[in-house]
Design a protein around this ligand. Structure first.
Ligand code: SF4
Length: 299
C-alpha cells in the first residue's frame, strides 16, 4: 500500500532478493505478473517498453545491501548522486549540483562531501550516500535489500531512523527485505513470510509477531532470542531448504513440517484469511490441531 513499509522475511535463498530485483526491473520474471499503480490504477509492468519503462524505473529505485560494493570507487560522491538525474531528467549541471547538495543534507551529510570519494566515508555514511542516490529522481517506491545488514548495530539504528524520517516527509513506500527479525519489527507496517519463492503468510506487523499461524512463521519467530526467555526451549526450523529448481510437491514446506499429512504432499495450499492473517496452509484452512506437536516434533 502507498506509504507503508512492507517487509519480506525468510531464510537465505528463499527468493527475497530475487523478488526485489524483479520489482526494480534488474531481473526479468520468467512467469507471473508485476503490477504497479501509476496513479490510474494497477498496470502491468512486464511489457512496458521505451519511455514507459523509463518512467517506471524512475518511480522505483533500489538501496543495495553492500554500501562498499554499490558505489563506484572511482567517482566522487557528487557524480554518484547525480547519475540518476542524468539518466532520467533534463536538469542542467547547475540544477543537478543544487539538488545533490540538498540530498546530501537530507541524509545527514554535508554538501562539501560531494567532492570526496566513497573510500573516505564509513559504512553508515556510504549507505547514506546510497539513500541520497536512490532519492535523486523523486521515486515513489524504494526496494531496500538488507540495507543495514553490513553495518554496525549502532549505525544500523541511525540509517533506519533516517529512512523512517524520509518516508514520513516524502510519502515513500518501502519494500524492506531482511532476515533480521528485530529490524523488521522496528520498521515494518506489514510483513510477508516467504518460503521457497512463495509468500506463505502475510499480516500486519503486530498480528504476525504476536499471532504467527503458519508453522514456518512460528518456527522462524521461535528462533528469536530474547532477554526474558533465558532457559526457554526453542523450536528451530529443522532440515535444509529444498532445491528451488526441484521443489517438493504440494506444500513445499511439507518435508520440514511437523503437521504434514498426505494432503500436504499432493496439493498446494491456497491463501486463506484467518483472523488478521492471510495464510497458505491446509492445517489452518481445515482447523487441524497444531499446538502441541510443534515442540514435541522438534525437541
Ligand atoms: Fe505443514 Fe501441511 Fe500446512 Fe504445509 S500445508 S505448512 S505441510 S500443515
Amino acid at each position: 500500500f502507498r506509504g507503508e513499509t512492507i517487509s519480506i522475511i525468510g531464510e537465505s535463498g528463499c527468493g527475497k532478493t530475487t523478488l526485489g530485483r524483479m520489482l526494480a526491473l534488474l531481473d526479468k520474471p520468467t512467469d507471473g505478473n508485476l503490477e504497479f499503480d501509476f496513479g490510474q490504477g494497477l498496470q502491468g509492468v512486464k511489457k512496458l517498453q521505451g519511455h514507459d519503462q523509463m518512467r517506471f524505473r524512475k518511480k522505483v529505485q533500489m538501496i543495495f545491501q553492500d554500501p562498499y560494493a554499490s558505489l563506484n570507487p572511482r567517482w566522487r560522491v557528487g557524480r554518484i548522486v547525480a547519475e540518476p538525474m542524468l539518466a532520467h531528467t533534463s536538469m542542467t549541471k547547475q540544477e543537478r549540483e543544487v539538488r545533490v547538495d540538498a540530498l546530501l543534507s537530507q541524509v545527514g551529510l554535508h554538501p562539501t562531501d560531494r567532492d570526496r570519494y566513497p573510500h573516505q566515508f564509513s559504512g553508515g555514511q556510504r549507505q547514506r550516500i546510497s539513500i541520497a542516490r536512490a532519492l535523486a529522481v523523486n521515486p515513489e517506491f524504494l526496494v531496500c535489500d538488507e540495507p543495514t545488514s553490513a553495518l554496525d548495530v549502532s549505525v544500523q539504528a541511525q540509517v533506519l531512523n533516517i529512512m523512517k524520517d524520509l518516508q514520513r516527509r516524502l510519502g515513500l513506500t518501502y519494500l524492506f527485505i531482511s532476515h533480521n527479525l528485530a529490524v523488521v519489527h522496528h520498521v515494518a507496517d506489514r510483513v510477508g513470510v516467504m518460503y521457497l519463492g512463495r509468500i506463505v503468510e502475510i499480516a500486519d506487523r503486530d498480528s504476525l509477531f504476536e499471532n504467527p499461524q503458519h508453522p514456518y512463521t512460528r518456527m522462524l519467530l521461535s528462533a528469536i532470542p530474547d532477554m526474558t526467555g533465558s532457559g526457554t526451549r526453542r523450536t528451530p526450523v529443522a532440515g535444509e531448504v529444498p532445491n528451488p529448481l526441484n521443489p517438493p510437491s504440494g506444500c513445499t514446506f511439507h518435508p520440514r513440517c511437523p503437521f504434514a499429512r498426505d494432503l500436504c504432499k499432493s496439493e498446494s495450499p491456497a491463501m486463506v484469511t484467518n483472523g488478521e492473517n492471510q495464510v497458505a496452509c491446509h492445517g489452518i484452512a481445515q482447523g487441524w490441531p497444531m499446538t502441541v506437536e510443534i515442540s514435541a516434533a522438534v525437541l
